[in-house]
Design a protein around this ligand. Structure first.
Ligand code: ACM
Ligand code: ZN
Length: 725
């Protein structure tokens, strides 16, 4: 052990000498790509750019080893929103000499920063600008900047805040929320303390904030909107800051634990007085699987569900009621009320993509409780693609040995490595089940499979050796439908997956393998033989779709007969025939109507995730992250909200064919876990309402009104999200 440590140190020391660690330049944009990738210390002296592929974007996304950033001699009056969002290695930053404003979430979760000085030139610090800088110990404020909501919230390691202004800077009451005044000293100029003691945002350094009494207004705080809400403001309300007693029926042990978790997280039990009773029960009279009825009286709360899932959703609604307007972690009282609620669609999904940029296991797990708050109930894992294979397959160890590490994703040259063991996936499945979220794995075929081909070249036509892809876009390299090893391979992969993932669904990809046309299959002798055997005589490339259909047919048959799984795939207009019992995903911009027609004609189920509404990896506004991408359009919050899950069809479509709604978070441009949340929210809240709430409960204005407290709560809890307005 010691010898190995010494060896590692030696190698580190040698590589330290060999690489240019310090870069001093006017603009980082002028530095060669490998110089940016190697830099640990960056000193900038020029006028910095802030839009598009700017100095700030390159510092954040390309200088991935950067630990020290000195802009003290540079000019940059406006450090933009998200400038150095979630740069976990950044230990020290010297702000530009002329900085006037720091944008929203500019240094969000820069959790290696130790000290920080806000120079006297600074006028404005944006909302959540330094939120979750969890190691920040010392802050010096030289001037008197205005500080936005939650600017330093979650900076729990702060031990000293030194403010040089004799007049307290105008800061939001929540600017330092979560900072422990017993551990953190506020030092202010001699004689100024009296003013600070009463100033908003600063007085919490002297005494606990006294909040006005808050009664929840249920009509203003629930997303997704509920079906029936009856409130009685004339009745005695239920005061909630008292101890709670949970009474749960047999079979609801998990829900009782969830209830305790959420009540503790809201700090309800801190007050004294008579116990509040929370009753959790099953009610056979309710028939929808996820249906629930929640009743509040002055005595307590009663939640009845058709199933444990229904009870769980009642708890998620209770949590939102307790959060109320979001002005504090928890309100003081709930009015007497009755909520009866059930979802519009069965499956409400988010898809994540650890293939392009790996999502560490604990971060992946942590994504689940946040989705569950909004009654989203499926997590779809895009586990393999051209850039990596991310799931352990015991029959084929090379998949993860050779297929899970590479350098680079487009212009970002960082090493990207990692995979999930089957043990971890079992843990994820069990964890997600506690939140009533099912985990659906996806293994792509016949395209987006370069990682597998890289590890086992006999999977592709001619057995050619293909490197892992390090850029986005579509590869022409496909699995060979004429090669028997392909079927043996997929059979073994799906057998192992079926053992790990209990979900009845498994996603087979199927996208973009014929667009551009399947050149890989035209010159292959095995493919030619297969075509002869199947009597395929055309050579206008329609034959390729028939080969794909053949390959899918064999795999689908195995999945059904051996594993009892329902196959899913991304819809392409050339799949004219959707095999019965499969679920197709409408994803291509502008082609949803064609996909729906095909689903109806084939009596198949369809998941709606049209790019123009549901691709949450796209920027939410022009200029929003990811500022540099492969040409993504904008998916605004309003366009996500505007999705009609029945796409203007009649009730039969909704009853017989509509499977659910899904939002995608492809990760080509998402280079930190915090940025997954940033892309997902608030659009996933719009999607949750699209999938859950019935048409006549929805309105854009109502959604925006109800959204506000949820976003405040996310800020308080340190969950990254894009601006709603
Ligand atoms: C996809 O976006 N390629 C399904
Ligand atoms: Zn072939």
């Amino acid at each position: 052990m010691e010898k190995r440590g010494l060896f590692v140190l030696l190698v580190a020391a040698l590589s330290l000498q060999a690489s240019p660690q310090r870069v001093e330049t006017e603009n980082i944009t002028a530095v060669a790509p490998d110089g940016k990738a190697a830099a640990r210390e960056v000193v900038l002296t020029g006028r910095l750019t802030t839009r598009g592929n700017s100095d700030l974007r390159q510092l954040r996304d390309l200088c991935f080893r950067m630990e020290r950033l000195d802009m003290g001699a540079a000019s940059c009056p406006h450090v933009p929103e998200n400038a150095l969002h979630s740069r976990h290695r950044l230990k020290e930053v010297v702000l530009p000499r002329d900085v006037k404003s720091i944008g929203r979430q500019a240094f969000f979760a820069c959790d290696s920063l130790l000290t920080l000085t806000l120079p006297a030139s600074l006028d404005t610090v944006g909302e959540s600008a330094f939120a979750r800088c969890g190691r920040l110990e010392r802050l010096v404020v030289e001037g008197s900047p205005r500080m936005g909501a939650f600017a330093f919230s979650g900076c729990g390691a702060l031990r000293e805040v030194e403010v040089r202004s004799a007049v307290p800077p105008p800061v939001a009451p929540t600017a330092f929320e979560g900072v422990d005044r017993r551990k953190c000293r506020l030092s202010v100029p001699r004689g100024a303390e009296r003013l600070y003691r009463t100033a908003p945002g600063w007085r919490l350094f002297y005494e606990d904030e006294k909040q006005p009494f808050r009664l929840c207004r249920p009509a203003d705080c629930l997303v997704p909107a509920v079906e029936v809400l009856e409130t009685d403001f004339a009745a005695v309300p239920l005061t909630v800051k008292r101890p709670w007693r949970i009474e749960a029926a047999a079979g609801l042990e998990n829900e009782a634990r969830q209830a305790r978790r959420l009540l503790d997280a809201r700090g309800t039990g801190r007050g004294a007085g008579r116990e509040v009773r929370l009753r959790l029960r099953l009610d056979a009279a309710l028939n929808g699987e996820e249906e629930y009825v929640l009743t509040v009286t002055q005595e307590g709360v009663d939640i009845a569900g058709a199933t444990a899932a229904g009870v769980f959703y009642g708890l998620m609604t209770l949590d939102q009621l307790l959060r109320a307007d979001g002005a504090s972690l928890c309100c003081d009282a709930l009015p007497a009320l009755r909520i009866a609620d059930a979802p519009r669609t069965r499956v409400r999904e988010l898809m994540v993509d650890p293939a392009r940029i790996f999502i560490p296991f604990e971060e992946l797990k942590a994504f689940v409780p946040e989705m569950a708050r909004y009654k989203l109930n499926a997590l779809h894992l895009h586990l393999v693609d051209d850039q990596a294979w991310r799931i352990e397959i015991k029959s084929y160890p090379r998949l993860t040995e050779l297929g899970s590490r590479r350098t680079g994703m487009d212009d970002m040259l960082m090493p990207v490595s990692g995979f999930y063991t089957q043990e971890q996936m079992r843990e994820l499945v069990a964890f997600a089940a506690r939140y009533h979220v099912q985990v659906i794995p996806e293994i792509e075929m016949p395209g987006h499979e370069v990682a597998a081909i890289h590890c086992y070249p006999q999977l592709t036509c001619g057995g050619r050796e293909i490197p892992l892809r390090t850029t986005c876009g579509v590869s022409d390299e496909l699995l060979c439908p004429g090669e028997e090893f392909v079927y043996e391979f997929l059979g073994n992969v799906f057998r192992e997956l079926a053992d790990v993932f209990p979900s009845p669904y498994v996603h087979l990809g199927g996208d973009e393998a014929g667009n551009p046309a399947l050149g890989c299959w035209t010159d292959c002798e095995k493919c030619r033989q297969l075509k002869r055997r199947l009597g395929i005589l055309t050579d206008d490339r329609s034959e390729n779709w028939r080969l794909q259909e053949y390959l899918f047919g064999r795999v689908i048959d195995t999945l059904r007969t051996r594993h009892g799984k329902v196959p899913m795939f991304w819809y392409e207009t050339d799949f004219k025939r959707i095999p019965e019992g499969c679920v197709t995903f409408a994803w291509r911009h502008g082609l949803t109507a064609a996909a729906i027609d095909a689903a109806v004609a084939n009596r198949a189920k369809i998941m709606l995730c049209p790019g123009e509404h549901c691709y949450l990896d796209y920027p939410m506004r022009a200029g929003d992250m990811p500022e540099v991408n492969w040409g993504m359009p904008v998916t605004s919050l309003r366009s996500t909200y505007a999705l009609d899950p029945s796409w203007g069809r009649d009730g039969d479509f909704e009853r017989d064919n509509l499977f659910g709604v899904a939002g995608t978070l492809w990760s080509e441009c998402i280079n930190s876990p915090e940025r997954i949340y940033y892309q997902a929210y608030p659009r996933a809240l719009a999607l949750a309402e699209v999938g859950w709430s019935s048409r006549n409960r929805r309105s854009w204005e109502g959604f925006l009104r109800r959204l506000r407290p949820l976003l405040l709560d996310m800020q308080r809890r340190g969950v990254a999200h894009s601006r709603a307005e």
